[in-house]
Design a protein around this ligand. Structure first.
Ligand SMILES: *Cc1c(COP(=O)(O)O)cnc(C)c1O
Length: 373
């Protein structure tokens, strides 16, 4: 089956009670036992599992080509859960251009708890090889990266990780299962902030981990149900609904982003455009190989000048909303440096753009007038 079909089919809930076409929302935190003490539908207590979460987790595992999905209350709760299967004294390798808060979580929360971290440019394979230590248990990569859209070779890094006895996890938030399926490329864990493209409407927080190994799944299930950072039934319902249109949204957003990237690359006031679809992008060949039907709805660009020139553009767009986050139907523009604060490594003239579902011609007109403002 094609992904568009799977997205509809895997999120359909066979409702035995009322034959409702749209899934009912099960708010109940507890489930009735049978006379023999058993649980006739296998649901016990909602932190451990409930029908809306089960539907979401099964759908995500199906779309990703995995065997087990685990939903969390946010993307960061998902990352934290993946780190909690490690032990104090373990070492993690993280990309130098990974989601900002992922690095902060690893150093400031898990650092004192005993995890050590090395940050490395994941596009440099020999630098990655050199970063491994005897106690390295996890390599956490993100491609396209944030906010420079660096492309990492997932298959190569999964192989290097396994040679060193470490797990390879991929934060696939920007690509989604529509464009890139890391488990098929050898990765062990796929991570999502479902707040972004899965939810797709900037109205629900969520995270997910997907795996294809039963032992790994058991470890994650334990962390999920005992850690307790689970999404509510309504949040699961919203993300499940988002999945139904995700393949179409992501394809349209990717096409528009490519159009915008081409426009910006030719624009005199723009210094550089970061988009893996462009032939001039350093990771273009790898992206062509590992991203299936598009290069994603995210791009960033550097405005000629400094912070003031970049902020001026962000302040003058009329369609693009100046806000953080990504993956919604509305286009967003953001000056990363001023959001990330003092520790930021984002160029000061860089703007990050999440392309929504508006017509690309209107978006181009909007950027043009903002660049000329
Ligand atoms: C947003 C995001 C996260 C964090 O997810 P939350 O849902 O905000 O907790 C992690 N990784 C990437 C790539 C993201 O874009």
């Amino acid at each position: 089956m094609h992904l568009e079909t799977l997205a509809i089919q895997s999120t359909h809930f066979p409702d035995e009670n009322a034959a409702a076409v749209s899934a009912p929302i099960y708010l109940s935190t507890t489930f009735e036992r049978g006379e023999d003490g058993s649980y006739p539908k296998n649901y016990v207590y909602s932190r451990v599992n409930n029908p809306n979460r089960q539907l979401l987790e099964n759908s995500m595992a199906t779309l990703e080509g995995g065997t087990h999905g685990f939903a969390f209350a946010s993307g960061l709760a998902g990352i934290a859960a993946a780190l909690q299967i490690l032990q104090a004294g373990d070492h993690v390798i993280l990309g130098d251009d990974a989601y900002f808060a992922a690095g902060v979580l690893m150093t400031e929360v898990f650092g004192p708890w005993g995890l050590t971290i090395t940050r490395v440019d994941m596009t440099d394979l020999s630098a990655v090889r050199n970063a491994f230590q005897a106690n390295t248990k996890l390599l956490w990569l993100e491609t396209p990266s944030n906010p420079l859209l660096k492309i990492t070779d997932i298959a190569a890094l999964a192989e290097i990780s396994h040679q060193h006895g470490a797990l390879c996890a991929v934060d696939n938030t920007w690509a989604t299962s529509v464009l890139q399926r890391p488990l098929e490329l050898g990765a062990d864990i796929v991570h999502y902030s479902t707040t972004k493209y899965f939810g797709g409407h900037s109205d629900v927080l969520g995270g997910a981990l997907i795996v294809k190994d039963t032992q790994l799944a058991e470890r994650l299930k334990k962390v999920q149900s005992l850690g307790g950072a689970v999404p509510s039934p309504f949040e699961c319902w919203l993300i499940t609904r988002g999945i139904k249109t995700m393949p179409l949204r992501v394809k349209a957003q990717s096409e528009s982003a490519f159009t915008l990237a081409r426009f910006l690359s030719a624009y005199p006031k723009v210094e550089q455009v970061h988009y893996p679809g462009l032939e001039t992008h350093a990771g273009h060949e790898i992206a062509k190989r590992q991203m299936k039907s598009g290069f994603g709805g995210m791009l960033s660009f550097q405005v000629k000048g400094g912070s003031a020139e970049a902020l001026k553009v962000a302040n003058h767009t009329r369609l693009f909303i100046q806000a953080t986050s990504l993956g919604g139907v509305e286009s967003l523009i953001e000056h990363r440096r001023s959001v990330e604060g003092a520790a930021s490594t984002s160029p000061e003239n860089l703007l990050r753009v999440s392309v929504g579902l508006e017509h690309p011609d209107d978006l181009i007109e909007d950027l043009k007038q903002a660049l000329e403002a």
